[in-house]
Design a protein around this ligand. Sequence first.
Ligand code: C2E
Ligand code: CA
Ligand code: CA
Length: 610
Amino acid sequence: MAPSLDLVVTSVATQLMAADTKTAAELSQSILRDLVAVFDVDASFLRRNDHGTRVTKLVAEWPTRDNVPDPDPLGDVSFENADPVFAMLEHLKEPIVLRPDPITDEYGHRVERAKGIPVISMAVAPLLAQGVTTGALGFIKFDDREWSTEELNAVQAIASMFAQLHGRLIAEDRLRFLADHDDLTDLYNRRALMAHLDRRLADGEPDRVSVLLLDLDRLKTLNDYLGHVSGDQFIRVVAERLRDSQGHTSFVGRLGGDEFVVIPAEPVDSDDVEMLAERLRQEIQRGVTVGGEIIKRTVSIGVAFGTPGSDSASEVIQRADEALLVAKKSGGDRTVVFSQAMFESQSLRTDVELHLQQGIEDDALTLHYLPEVDLRTGEILAVEALVRWLHPTRGLLAPDAFIGVAESINLAGELGRWVLRTACAQWAQWRADGINPELALRVNVSPAQLVTANFADEVAHILDEFKMPASALCLEITESVFQDVEVTRKGLLAVRDLGVKLAIDDFGTGYSSLSYLKSLPVDVIKIDKGFVLRLADDEDDRAIVRSTIGLAEAFQLEVVAEGVETATAVDLLLEYGCRRAQGFLLSRPIDAKAATALLKLGRIDGWPPA
Ligand code: C2E
Ligand code: CA
Ligand code: CA
């Protein structure tokens, strides 16, 4: 290669290094202009092959031609039916030189007809990537011209650099695409969703934004059943349907797994959004053929609205999520629009998350006690400790408002320890006051507490601290826990080894088979209040209560009825042989002071009613 050509190649290399998607075309053109001068030719072109559509596309040319006749023989050219010169570009592997001779005559005539140029010659080098011809770089002289080996080498070197640039731009495009698209479906991803919502919710944007979160029902079983490959294919079909049904104006994204999001471009009112959700559900529900089988899946949709300038992207998504959760919980296959009630329960939850830890530390928790009574005599046999939280702004909160949250933020252990310690301390105080030492203390324990490694040690430690006999303490655990993993079972056995009693709480709600009762380490069954409340008017509930009492007798377990509100319930319970009960008819849960007074009396005043 002549030294001056070396310099030309180096200069092109340096210029192309700086190119990106935006500047590439213009830069290519200016390089072609320089090269036209260097090689002393009349024209130059850079083309790219699209093997998918079998077309060669013009990327840059010099000189540029305005008003190119249409169809432009030098713009996009299909390889099919192309003249021999263009046909060669499709799979060109080596540089070629074309000079006036019979093969190219037809081409020469066409150019001549189009441009009035008589004779041409040209040198063309392929753009190659991994052996595939991705394009061509060509130089044309409107005359005959010889091309030296050095010149052709330089042309090929430059063509290679264009090929590299082309490859790099494609890779960069793909990376940019992947940064805000989902790999599996090419829909937008979570990051793009946040950016889109941020934009739509910016202060000053005119329109309310509606967000639809979609979650397929029971997809896990589909994956288990068909395998992940088919599961993925299913997801792809769903993605396509969403995209097709939405056209190009709406934002359609996949948030991972089987969760999708749709945000219409236009503001839609609540009725319209429900209609849209309904359409999407129909669309998805149509069967999908995967691996030779027709698979049908329903979908749940949660809808929420966002107001520009006041709601943040994550707030709106959280609300849609909450609505989706409600849809799922009520059986799936439906649309739920975020409501004021959900707003309140959600803000309560956030509040609890923020303040519960402080509440425990500040002693803002307190225990109320629910007496357990002998229905025949009114004698108080036990008390159940029920936690309350004196919230700084919301007043006295019932446990249902915060126990679940405590479990989800890993505070259940700490909360449970506080409850157990406080209740045992109270029991010790009562005994010191001379109250019935046979009084049983019942304390609720959440599953999350049970699985902590040293739960039994903690219990032993607290009993020891207050010199409380283990047999006076009874831990209440909801029924479902007993069916759970071995860990909880081990925890339960360890506690029972201490001599502490165990009760199954809310019995009848856990769908347990009654037959396993005998293999469980329990002493007490508490019949769920739901059954007791309906005793008077539901034959099925009567049957359940009756057989539970019979079962307890057979296994020599104590049985306690919860939720006694009516005299009829009392009569029926006594008739079936259940004598222990608690409920509003006997007493509401009362604070420690009132409980102390009641326990000093030892019985419910005026019970049994005459
Ligand atoms: P639970 O263990 O079934 O407690 C009995 C609940 O039923 C109490 O509600 C009590 O006030 C209510 N109750 C009692 N008699 C009647 C009645 O005649 N009619 C009706 N409708 N309800 C009655 P509370 O205090 O709101 O407690 C709710 C649940 O919170 C408890 O259900 C228990 O599962 C849980 N809980 C309470 N304290 C604790 C605790 O310290 N730790 C844990 N892990 N859970 C607790
Ligand atoms: Ca209980
Ligand atoms: Ca209960």
